[in-house]
Design a protein. Structure first.
Lengths: 278, 226, 384, 278, 384
């Protein structure tokens, strides 16, 4: 896919790229363009004079911090719950795995708003879990915790499916080797399975984090749109969008802020960074 | 005169369309009663807010975009008062490329029209207005909120649409008065919740918003008097 | 020659002396392994067998990678494993070096070797130093920082061996540890392996295809064919008295079926009368099955009087038929470093000739040859 | 993770599941519960008497068909564009791959609504691409094609990232073997790379399809909400939700319809089905 | 013995006769391969070398898996490949069977074998029938429907070989094709390989660690050590006159450095005077470097008169020092199937003794022994 005929420094290079049809570069670039050009248009239309004002407003800052903090916590929770779930699915017999995979996939399909309703019905004052929590003096909805739950609900499937595919691809041979060298189950998990699943894990974390900080519908319903408490960036963008009428200046400005921050965070994730392992 | 509220925090849930007005009213209210801290306005679609209130959202005041939604949460509130009214206008892109002048033009096949979905308040009002005028429109899209209609007209995607006067004022579209629009009036009710954590301030805020100061702010933003 | 008729049979190790006592039944698809074996304490047992015989399956069952279908395994520490009482691999104290080196691709070579030590809680720097020493022992000092994929096949094999040896387990299972190594390196590694196993008195099972490796490293050998143990005993005994064609091939011997016939041995199913003299043939009744075993190098090859097979055959019919000499047809000539192997048919016998002999004989496939064998070079075994 | 002590038919079973800590089943089940229980609540709250009426309304049927058709087309387009892009990224040098991966990930973060605006600005009547298309007599907005574009825009990153991780895990060794047996680039792609990447491909397709038929924000803005033409299930659900008054009956009913259909479709996808390859 | 001083040097094949002419320079990390070789048309060339010498790298460069750093390759069809003109693997007409069988895990065994045929557009049923025949030839008929992971290591190796042979390429590169096969199977496969290569007159390069495989399959051998060609020539010539210690090890020979000294040969760097007689030593001037090459089996081992090393050493100092007899110390005893190898030091010499001799000698490491060697068993080569 790269040009093999270009002169290179006189060092042996594995002729790896050469094994795939070069014409695939065409649809690849088309796909990339479809993703990138609209964003470029957005940037081009941005009102740079007002951008800084919009971006530096305290509400924007609050929303950004809230988004990052809840997104990070949600990603951590997704890792804690999703990686075990992915391992469970990857190592189950095929029909159990199929059922579990469908169960995990279903929430993906649900419009997030309906997910929010579902969460509200479950954790709300009158819901089974919510009522019980209420009794214990804990109210989840309309708090930052609700934001995290909503984000976990929508983002978890992404992590699980990405990690599961990766763990499945690895197979059990390396785990066996480790076990026969005396490694216990935890040692195998930390030192063998997870490092080998790194590409899938990184992909899963990125999908999960991106989905979490981009989450809008479920959060809006379950956590509410309370500035400073539950108003994440997408909600702020939505509010700005609705409040601003025609010129989407503030909404676009906030979107760009979210994008730039997300890129910065992604570049910090190992593997999304230049020089990472191949 | 009612006793001035002791102070404390106040949470206002306001439909997206009145949220900017509520923001300004809240500032004026805080200036009047320095002890009261009006939290940033929580805004969303009326239905979303209603659902949240039903599930125990900790609000003091609820300002809805239509009376039907207020009726939905009737068990949760004290008697509502009408805060403001709004009427529809024809919105066209700057320059009015399709030359739309009156409601009848919306029926022209060469005019791309977008309206609000009938399920949302502005859509219901649009339907009533068009019915009354006897104009049959085939809209290209039934938007979920006014923002969708305004955006599509502003970027020139649609040639015309019906939006509230207040929305047309805020944006980059040209408003054209529609005949008979004043017959179809949308009322914005405001109410205090029974479970309000700060009932005194809530009552005071509702009265303040519906009172002269509030009405002045609303009028400035294009709302009509009740 | 008296040993000839009392072959190295299936003499198991005494139960008391056995570190490992296994009666392994495993089914894998259509294949069924059913092998019982005992490994003496602190000694090396070689496992040999044809490709696909079940050697790796046996090792996998012992290591815990595969469950028993039935039978049981008594580990050196006395733990008994059955189908229902499966102990995970990590808790058996058994280290398996599989046929594939399977180095962890995400770890450096040094960390690969240190893996087993790290598992056992050895301090990091201690484990790394031990790993470096092991790398030095297998001739790979300086490769510690490399990734496994940057090593050659043989180098990977050695790293895997170092990784397995570094943990000094109670029971060590090595699946073809010296494969894909050149003669020089293999000799070095064989020495390292021998030193380590004997100095730590590790009970070990080594799968190998090489009789030299088996002789150099192991005291006993277990031969597995088609999922079952076919021969077992001290390495030299087994190699000297191969009970099956496979073992004969491993030992580099000819093994021909026949019967006792008037104090001599006569080949089975061959119309040309092929007879061999051997002292022990007289001890068994006529018609009893006997297997003749002899070295290819002991077979003398002479050109037949006639140049063509049919001509030679005609001549042979008129000639007297002496014991220990027969007419054969060259099937194939296989060059060897020192000369050639002459493959002949009826019975299938391989003769080894030197380069000088080969030049003098001017053989080609299809040629008739006269083969001769001295009685003292023939060993007769009862047919299994 | 499965119980090793249970009696089994007397057949050797590879002791694969035994290499991971069993206690991981706990967070795994918790994660699964978090995904499944809210949906259960939704089902429990459904008004079964009215369900059938809501579900069988012509508008619901239209929306469902539109969703499935556009979702399928969008997934096909994503495959056609995304698989090459994933291969390109997986086989690029690490720093190029990192840049490409970030570019692909960025649209994930964007609230779909903003994505809709970006698409509108690009493909709208006055946009650079839209103006040009208009000249050629093609208008995208308010058509089903716009729905597909919106879905591709939001779903493509999921497919790309999942497939990329999988292709990267496979490495190039099998491709090399195939090439040295004389297989040309296309043969290698079809017979080696893609089959080996199957787990990642299946995961990617599922994520992509699920995201596409769940897509709401970008579609609403870019394609509009015209029943029978651009009103997909999520838009229908949102509309129903807005018009529902006290009970969210119709919205819940439509959500359940979407869920059931999605499960049926997922079960048809190879690999999500019992008995698939491990 | 006249050949002794004119060793099998680096006699390349004539350019005109060469199917493959390669001058390969490849850098991989710190390793640099710089090897020039020619392979004769329609014949098999063996590639031998120690572990990590660069054999697989050479094959990878020829197959197109690795780019040249410099140098060039002329393929059988005349195409010339250089660093800048890289031809992808699939268009070289070169088939490489790597060290790892690397069967496609998603295809059945049959489809694996048929893969190369399918690539060439062979009809599906024809390809499958051909694959089934190949499976039969490598002794795996009936395994066609299995997945590769259901096969044993040796079975996988054979499938990979069948897959490579099935396509009858212009140039075939086999990296240790017979490794991990038992003696019996290896012999069968060697025969299949030999028949196929000679009947199709395929130009082939075979990496092997086994002198027997090299002799049986190849006409010529190229020895690669540390990235460079160290010896090249007809297999038997090279094995008889090893230019390096590695080749001597492969040939199973002792190779000891020394100098010409008054018509005899004297070992280097050994204080005890070790001298060997050989006809050719007289032909070279005194002090010229000479390498003595002899077979371990030709070294006679006798017990020294004294039992301890120091005692023996004292005695030896007083004794006359005959040519062809010297005092040595046993370093290690390595059992072999037929007896043992006695490793001695100063100079490092290995002697092979039979089981009977071993029993009579009662040796142990550290013991002094007397070694003797007949002049006609010694070959002297100029030191490289
Ligand atoms: N997972 C499996 N499913 C079905 N059959 C299998 C499986 N694994 C191995 N077998 C079969 O079991 C038999 C024994 O395999 P095993 O690997 O134990 O042989 P081996 O003696 O180690 O051979 P080699 O010397 O070639 O390595 C083979 O015939 C193989 O086809
Ligand atoms: N990708 C790589 N990066 C760095 N060094 C490498 C790489 N691949 C191989 N090497 C080095 O190149 C040298 C030659 O490797 P090669 O695989 O060619 O050896 P070989 O002769 O085939 O050995 P063996 O007999 O063990 O297979 C080795 O020292 C190895 O460490
Ligand atoms: Mg095996
Ligand atoms: Mg190699």
């Amino acid at each position: 896919m790269t040009d093999d005929r270009r002169a290179r420094p006189p060092r042996a290079r594995d002729a790896a790229a050469g094994h795939l049809p070069r014409i695939l570069a065409l649809p690849a670039i088309l796909g990339l363009a479809l993703l990138v050009v609209p964003l470029g248009g957005l940037v081009a239309r941005a009102d740079w004079s007002r951008l800084w004002v919009d971006v530096s407003a305290p509400a924007a800052r609050d929303a950004l911090v809230l988004s990052l903090v809840t997104g990070a916590i949600a990603t951590a929770v997704c890792l804690a719950l999703g990686v075990p779930l992915a391992l469970l699915i990857a190592r189950s017999r095929s029909w159990i795995a199929a059922v579990l995979r469908v169960l995990v996939t279903v929430p993906l399909v649900l419009p997030p708003m309906v997910g929010g309703v579902a969460l509200l019905l479950l954790f709300g004052r009158t819901g089974p879990v919510g009522g019980w929590l209420n009794g214990a003096g804990l109210a989840l909805p309309f708090t930052a915790a609700a934001v995290v739950i909503a984000q976990v609900f929508v983002a978890l499937p992404f992590l699980v499916l990405a990690v599961e595919a990766s763990v499945r691809s690895i197979g059990v041979d390396y785990e066996r080797t480790a076990a026969s060298l005396g490694a216990g189950r935890w040692h195998v998990l930390w030192r063998v399975t997870l490092p080998l699943a790194a590409p899938g894990l990184v992909a899963g974390v990125v999908l999960c984090f991106a989905r979490a900080i981009g989450e809008f519908g479920a959060t809006a319903l379950f956590a509410g749109n309370s500035p400073g408490v539950t108003q994440t960036m997408p909600l702020a963008i939505y509010t700005a969008f609705n409040g601003s009428g025609v010129d989407q200046g503030p909404a676009v400005a906030l979107s760009l802020l979210l994008l730039v921050t997300a890129v910065a965070v992604l570049l910090l994730v190992r593997g999304w960074r230049p020089g990472s392992v191949r | 005169a009612p006793a001035a509220p002791e102070g404390g925090a106040l949470t206002v849930y306001a439909a997206a369309s009145v949220a900017p007005a509520m923001e300004e009213i809240a500032q004026a209210f805080e200036a009047r009663y320095p002890g009261v801290d009006v939290r940033p306005i929580v805004s969303d679609g009326s239905q979303v807010l209603a659902t949240q209130l039903e599930e125990g959202a900790p609000a003091d005041v609820f300002a809805s975009a239509d009376e039907a939604t207020m009726a939905r949460v009737a068990p949760l509130i004290h008697d509502p008062a009408v805060l403001a009214t709004n009427t529809l206008v024809l919105a066209v892109p700057p320059g009015n490329p399709a030359g739309v002048q009156a409601l009848e033009d919306l029926a022209r096949p060469d005019v791309t029209v977008v309206l609000c979905a009938e399920d949302v308040p502005c859509g219901a009002a649009s339907a009533r207005l068009l019915d009354a005028a006897g104009v049959a429109v085939e809209p290209a899209s039934l938007e979920q909120n006014v923002g969708g209609v305004v955006t599509k007209i502003a970027v020139g995607e649609a040639d015309a649409g019906l939006v509230y006067r207040t929305d047309a004022l805020r944006g980059d579209v040209v408003a054209i008065e529609a005949d008979g629009a004043d017959e179809v009036v949308n009322r914005y009710p405001i109410a205090v919740l029974r479970a309000a954590p700060n009932p005194e301030a809530a009552r005071e805020f509702a009265e303040f918003a519906a009172g002269p100061e509030g009405r002045a702010i609303l009028a400035e933003l294009g709302f009509g008097a009740p | 020659m008296s040993r000839a008729v009392v072959p190295a049979g299936t003499h198991p190790v005494d139960g008391a002396d056995a570190a490992l006592e296994a009666d392994v039944v495993v089914r894998r698809g259509a294949f069924r392994l059913d092998a019982a074996l005992r490994a003496p304490h602190g000694a090396v047992t070689a496992v040999m067998g044809p490709s696909g015989a079940g050697k790796s399956t046996l090792l996998a069952a012992l290591a815990g990678d595969v469950r028993l279908s039935s039978g049981s395994i008594r580990l050196p520490d006395g733990t008994v494993i059955t189908r229902r009482r499966h102990l995970p691999a990590s808790r058996r104290g058994v280290v398996l070096l599989g046929q594939d080196p399977r180095l962890f691709p995400h770890l450096s070579v040094r960390d690969n070797v240190a893996f087993g030590l790290a598992v056992r809680g050895t301090r990091k720097d201690v484990a790394r130093r031990a790993a470096d020493e092991w790398l030095w022992r297998v001739g790979l000092s300086g490769s510690g920082d490399h990734r496994p994929r940057e090593l050659s096949g043989g180098q990977q094999q050695r790293v895997a061996l170092a990784r397995a040896l570094a943990v000094t387990p109670r029971l060590l299972l090595l699946d073809e540890p010296l494969t894909s190594l050149d003669a020089e390196t293999a000799a070095d590694i064989r020495a390292v392996l021998h030193d380590q196993l004997s100095s730590t008195r590790t009970t070990a099972l080594i799968v190998t295809h090489d009789a030299f490796d088996a002789a150099a490293l192991a005291r006993r050998v277990v031969v597995i064919e088609r999922g079952a143990v076919t021969q077992e005993g001290a390495v030299r005994d087994v190699l000297e008295a191969p009970a099956t064609g496979f073992v004969a091939a491993v030992a580099g011997l000819n093994r021909v079926h026949g019967v006792a016939d008037g104090g001599a041995w006569r080949a089975d199913g061959v119309d040309g009368d092929v007879r061999l003299a051997a002292a022990s043939a007289a001890e068994v009744p006529d018609g009893a099955g006997l297997v003749a075993v002899f070295r290819p190098a002991d077979v003398r090859v002479e050109r037949a009087a006639e140049d063509t097979w049919t001509g030679a055959l005609r001549l042979a019919r008129e000639e007297p038929r002496p014991v220990g000499r027969w007419l054969a047809r060259v099937v194939r000539l296989e060059p060897t470093p020192g000369g050639a192997r002459v493959h002949t048919s009826r019975p299938d016998v391989v003769a080894e000739v030197t380069a000088a002999q080969l030049a003098a004989l001017e053989l080609a496939p299809g040629d008739p040859v006269r083969l001769a064998l001295e009685p003292e070079d023939v060993r007769l075994l009862p047919a299994g």
